[in-house]
Design a protein around this ligand. Structure first.
Ligand code: HEM
Length: 420
């Protein structure tokens, strides 16, 4: 990438951001979800989309749906996919702008039949019998992290518990050697930040560097597992690679997806849960009185303030949703977090209640073909973290303001000072 290309790219990104901000200032809800100050608390914006119709067409060119019913219908509707109707990538960069190439996140960016084939190959990793092995890992790591945090008294819930727990579990799942764990966490953060699109020229370079480094690590893991196979997901996929059921590029991007999907999402789950439990009178005390309520606290967090706020689908033919026509190849944002606050699906939706019985299951793990493969693992990690936190630190309290991440899709605190 030459300096001239960098300048051209910077100009294009700045123009896109300025255009979006102008629309946000004029009240466009989709643009507001992408921009400060509205991005920090998107729930009022979701409410404006949900009422009165549940669907809006934005001047950004993309529509959005916000009721539980519409979100679920679109996720399950086979007339929608994640690519254009002819199989091309949406938002493909123009020629000479390879730095705007989206990070390849495997299953998340594929439709059938490639999606079906690869999902089938990845599925055994998440079989219930395997998950039990990760419970031991999660409990041991959490105990160790909490011992160290307790010794300090004041600590950062994100840096000292919510981030290292899932990164250790995912490193174990992929059998990444210990030494690489820190680097691995930095990549997870960088790749996760790609979900919102490229922010700046420096961000584009960081993503290019990260994907190339991650690729080298995964390729060397493949070579190692060929010689010394283990119980991990890479060893299992090497078999599929050798049998010609997948390519090396597909294996590398699947491993990259597991890193992104399994890391910041779960970090945000623990961060958002503790924030809601602490901010809502009586909720932390209820969990301390009965740590067995941890699984309920996880479900309520997933409904009330989910780690993944939204996803997108593309119409593969001309369709109509709730009377609004959508042309083939037009995009719809499916506001998963807005669905969790839909009063038609969840009575008194703005109240956080860890004993709530969800008669309509939340959509935090999406639905249809792309339903989260790691949902059971995420629930397990979240439940272990909250249960052990309540058992070992009953007097836990916020010791400062939780600082939010500057992201639209992945929502959670970047820092959250607490005292044991
Ligand atoms: C609280 C934590 C988590 C949340 C909220 C979450 C949420 C989601 C959502 C919303 C999707 C689908 C996106 C779409 O429909 O476009 C998804 C897909 C996926 N998730 Fe999770 N996830 C979590 C944890 C995990 C973990 C721990 C793993 C694995 C280690 C994982 C692996 C995946 C994979 C592989 C997919 C792609 C499935 C496909 O496209 O077929 N997730 N997740």
């Amino acid at each position: 990438m030459t300096l001239r290309e960098d300048v051209a790219l910077g100009g294009r990104i700045a123009a896109m951001r300025a255009g979006g901000l102008a629309l946000a200032l004029r009240g466009d809800p989709v643009a507001r979800l992408m921009h400060k100050p509205w991005r920090h608390d998107p729930y009022p914006t979701y409410a404006t989309v949900r009422a009165p119709r549940g669907v809006v067409r934005s001047r950004t060119g993309i529509s959005a749906v916000a009721t539980h019913d519409l979100c679920e219908r679109i996720l399950r509707d086979r007339r929608f996919g994640v690519r254009l109707a002819d199989g091309r990538q949406p938002f493909a960069p123009e020629e000479g702008q390879s730095l705007l190439e989206p990070v390849d996140l495997s299953l998340l960016g594929l439709d059938a039949p490639d999606h079906t084939r690869l999902r089938r190959l990845a599925q055994p990793t998440f079989a219930p019998r395997r998950l039990e092995q990760y419970r031991d890992v999660a409990e041991t790591v959490t105990a160790d992290l909490l011992d160290r945090a307790a010794a300090r008294g004041r600590f950062d819930l994100v840096r000292d518990l919510a981030a290292p727990l899932p990164i250790t579990v995912i490193a174990r799942l992929l059998a990444i050697p210990e030494v690489d764990a820190d680097r691995f966490a930095a990549w997870g953060r960088a790749l996760g930040s790609s979900l919102d699109g490229v922010r700046s020229v420096a961000h584009a370079h960081e993503l290019a560097r990260t994907t190339s480094e991650a690729r080298s690590l995964f390729e060397s893991l493949v070579s190692r597992r060929r010689v010394e196979p283990g119980e991990d997901v890479v060893s299992q996929l090497v078999g599929a690679l050798d049998a010609g059921d997948m390519t090396i590029d597909e294996l590398v991007s699947l491993a990259q997806l597991l890193l992104v999907a399994g890391f910041e999402t779960t970090t945000n789950l623990v961060g958002n849960a503790v924030r809601a439990l602490q901010a809502t009178p009586g909720q932390w005390e209820a969990l301390v009185a009965d740590p067995g309520l941890a699984a309920g606290a996880v479900e309520e967090t997933l409904r009330y303030d989910p780690p993944v706020q939204l996803t997108a689908r593309i119409a593969h033919e001309d369709v109509e949703i709730d009377g609004m026509p959508l042309r083939r190849d037009s995009g719809v944002l499916v506001l998963l977090a807005a669905a969790g606050r839909d009063p038609e699906a969840h009575p008194d939706p703005d109240r956080f209640d860890l004993t709530r019985e969800q008669t309509t299951p939340h959509l935090a793990f999406s639905g249809g073909a792309h339903y989260c493969l790691g949902a059971a693992l995420a629930r397990l990690e979240g439940t272990v973290a909250l249960r052990m936190l309540a058992e070992r630190m009953p007097g836990l309290r916020a010791a400062g303001r939780a600082v939010p991440k500057t992201a639209t899709i992945l929502r959670g605190p970047r820092r959250f000072p607490v005292a044991a």
